[in-house]
Design a protein around this ligand. Structure first.
Ligand code: DAH
Length: 337
């Protein structure tokens, strides 16, 4: 048994010292539950009283030697692996770097940010509303009951019978009025949806910027003043504004607003399609029924509102004549602006 133990020690240490990778298999082979040394120790029951402590001591010595060899070789292998990885994974920090492609602000985002900034400078604050809106806020409270023809124009994506993807940012007017007492001076930029087929001037999703002012004694003069000033700041100090009578359920009276073409100054060019003017928004004096739906007494307060097409403004700013180009997200195209 003694010579068997000696042999195990010699074999194990030789194997350990020759190992190139993991030592775990060798450890299991000798010291594991079913290992060679363990097998010998199990057989010690058959030894005499005198022999047992002697063989036991040798077995312990063999175990210690194997463990020590494992430890020493383990440390060596670790060092070797580190040296190898330092060579293999060498990083050349002087190598020419590939420049990361920096992002680019989208023309719609840029227009939205600029528009928002101008109104904030005029004392407006920003209000938000959800894109999934109630049918009531989107239509009924805005003076467009179930049989109103404007509902057909704004046919959209219904979530349930009573909720939909909002067709306009105007429902934020209702939310703002219900949540505030006048004076109210808010804008609300955001996405709106209509079941339109995409073409050069239509998209099933687009952006609007809503505006609402409610206070005592607000008149059409305030509306004209604010929007004319906005147009001058946005498109240049020479910009003229034209108010054309129109019909919206939310307002009475209503006006569509055109700005003089900032490319030709009103003479007519390719950008304004020879008109000299470009339409950018709908507006008017808030209808008394809409004030009432917002919990505001129309005998005390009046207000004006407007809804601006953000894509329109972005296209005018950037001289883009097809709306689809803004949504195709071809970086080569968008990088120009
Ligand atoms: N919500 C209208 C639309 O999408 C635009 C509009 C017109 C908004 C007049 C207004 C307004 O606030 O006063 O067609």
């Amino acid at each position: 048994m003694k010579s068997q133990l000696e042999q195990i020690k010699i074999n194990a240490v030789a194997e350990i010292n020759a190992a190139e990778t993991s030592l775990e298999e060798i450890r299991i082979k000798y010291l594991g539950k079913k290992g060679e040394l363990t097998a010998i120790l199990r057989g010690m029951g058959s030894l005499s009283h005198e022999e047992r402590p002697i063989i036991g001591a040798i077995a312990n010595e063999v175990r210690n030697s194997i463990e020590e060899a494992l430890e020493i070789r383990g440390a060596e292998l670790k060092k070797l692996a580190l040296a190898k990885s330092l060579v293999d994974e060498k990083l050349d920090v002087t190598y020419n770097a590939v420049n990361p492609v920096a992002g680019h602000i989208h023309p719609i985002t840029r227009a939205l940010e600029r528009m928002t900034e101008i109104f904030i400078d005029m004392g407006f604050s920003v209000a938000e509303g959800p894109e999934v809106e109630t049918v009531t806020n989107n239509f009924d409270a805005l003076n467009a009951p179930a049989d109103h023809p404007s509902r057909d124009f704004q046919d959209t994506f219904y979530i349930t019978e009573s909720t939909l993807l909002r067709t306009q940012t105007s429902p934020v007017q209702i939310r703002a009025m219900r949540g505030m007492t006048p004076p109210i001076r808010i804008i609300s930029p955001g996405r709106v949806y209509r079941s339109d087929v995409a073409d050069a001037s239509h998209s099933p999703m687009f952006h609007q910027l809503e505006g609402l002012v409610v206070d005592k004694g607000i008149t059409m003069g305030d509306l004209k003043g604010i929007l004319s000033q906005f147009a001058k700041t946005m498109f240049g100090p020479e910009t003229k504004t034209r108010f054309r009578p129109h019909k919206f359920p939310v307002t009475e009276p209503s006006a569509e607003v055109d700005v003089s073409c900032f490319v030709c100054g009103g003479k007519g060019c390719r950008l304004c399609k020879g008109e000299g003017w470009m339409e950018i928004l709908g507006s008017g004096m808030v209808h008394p029924e809409v004030l009432r739906a917002g919990g505001i007494d129309p005998d005390i307060y009046t207000g004006f509102a407007f809804g601006m097409g953000v894509e329109r403004v972005a296209m005018v700013m950037s001289g883009i004549d097809d709306l689809r180009l803004l949504f195709e997200n071809d970086a080569r195209f968008l990088k120009q602006f």
